[in-house]
Design a protein around this ligand. Structure first.
Ligand code: ATP
Length: 261
């Protein structure tokens, strides 16, 4: 469903020549599947997600193809992309506060989002927003609508951010370090939630994380990026137990006291 083919991204450099941060990346996401994208800091994981969302920094140039059901997202105009982003493809970031406004209630934000994209009335949007909060296991969803982001714990705020990402029933979700910064036990709950939603809704999820422990918990397929190139790709169990590339082995060896299977 989402096919990234030969994605190359160059960011503008001070010299005017630009810096290539992705060199022909190929990735394939399937409905109902979680594709983990691993690699150390600076390897290009976030840029890959941002390129799919059409959210690269100003002046960036992207080549290759990002095919969603056969349509190349890189060839869309800004206006056309606006209709896809947040609707067909959405994103969950590491820090939920980047997508939640601190001064507005959760209900206000979710209903605005739903009304804008789906052109529905206030009452219907509020009902849908409560359903969404229930789906991400927020207790007492109807009451939660009148609360502000700071009234939720970190893990619950990330669940609300996931609800916002799911609001328009996207086909693809890019989750960029969605559990980094959360306590390990809370992490496990958010990961289980993502896995459950993926299975239940048939989402295709790109899970960006430097943490192979997180990857081993829920990914179906794993690709490993190094300096903007995919050095290894395959089913999770194979990549994490019988890595073919030395770089993958070194990432696994760096796992603190964890067994990745
Ligand atoms: N806004 C930006 N402007 C210029 N260069 C950037 C910008 N953001 C990232 N880069 C550069 O692009 C390259 C890829 O960065 P990217 O953020 O995709 O890596 P990453 O694998 O997601 O790392 P991390 O795990 O630290 O987020 C790096 O060399 C980085 O320095």
């Amino acid at each position: 469903m989402l096919d990234i083919v030969g994605l190359t991204v160059a960011l503008p450099g001070r010299t005017g020549t630009g810096t290539t941060v992705l060199h022909g990346v190929d990735l394939r996401l399937k409905p109902g599947g979680i594709h983990g994208l691993a690699g150390e800091s600076g390897s290009g994981k976030t840029m890959t997600g941002l390129a799919v969302m059409g959210l690269l920094p100003p002046g960036a140039r992207a080549r290759g193809r990002v095919l969603l059901d056969g349509e190349d997202l890189l060839s869309l105009s800004a206006h056309e992309l606006g209709a896809v982003r947040g609707r067909v493809v959405s994103m969950v970031f590491q820090d939920p506060s980047t997508c939640l406004h601190p001064m507005l209630t959760i209900g206000h934000q979710l209903t605005d989002h739903l009304r804008h994209h789906l052109k529905i009335g206030r009452k219907e949007a509020r009902g849908r927003a409560a359903d969404l909060l229930g789906r991400v296991r927020i207790p007492s969803p109807a009451e939660a609508l009148s609360r502000y982001p700071h009234e939720f714990s970190g893990g619950m705020r990330q669940r609300v951010a996931i609800a916002a990402a799911l609001a328009c029933e996207p086909k693809v979700v890019i989750a960029d370090e969605p559990t980094t910064g959360l306590d390990v036990t809370i992490q496990a709950g958010v990961l289980r939630l993502l896995r459950g939603l993926c299975d239940e809704l048939g989402l295709a999820i790109l899970l960006v994380t430097h943490d192979l422990g997180v990857m081993s918990a829920i990914a179906d397929e794993v690709s490993v990026l190094k300096h903007g190139r995919v050095v290894e790709s395959g089913p999770r169990a194979r990549v994490l137990t019988a890595p073919r590339h030395g770089y993958t082995r070194s990432l696994l060896e760096a796992l603190p006291g964890r067994t990745a299977t």
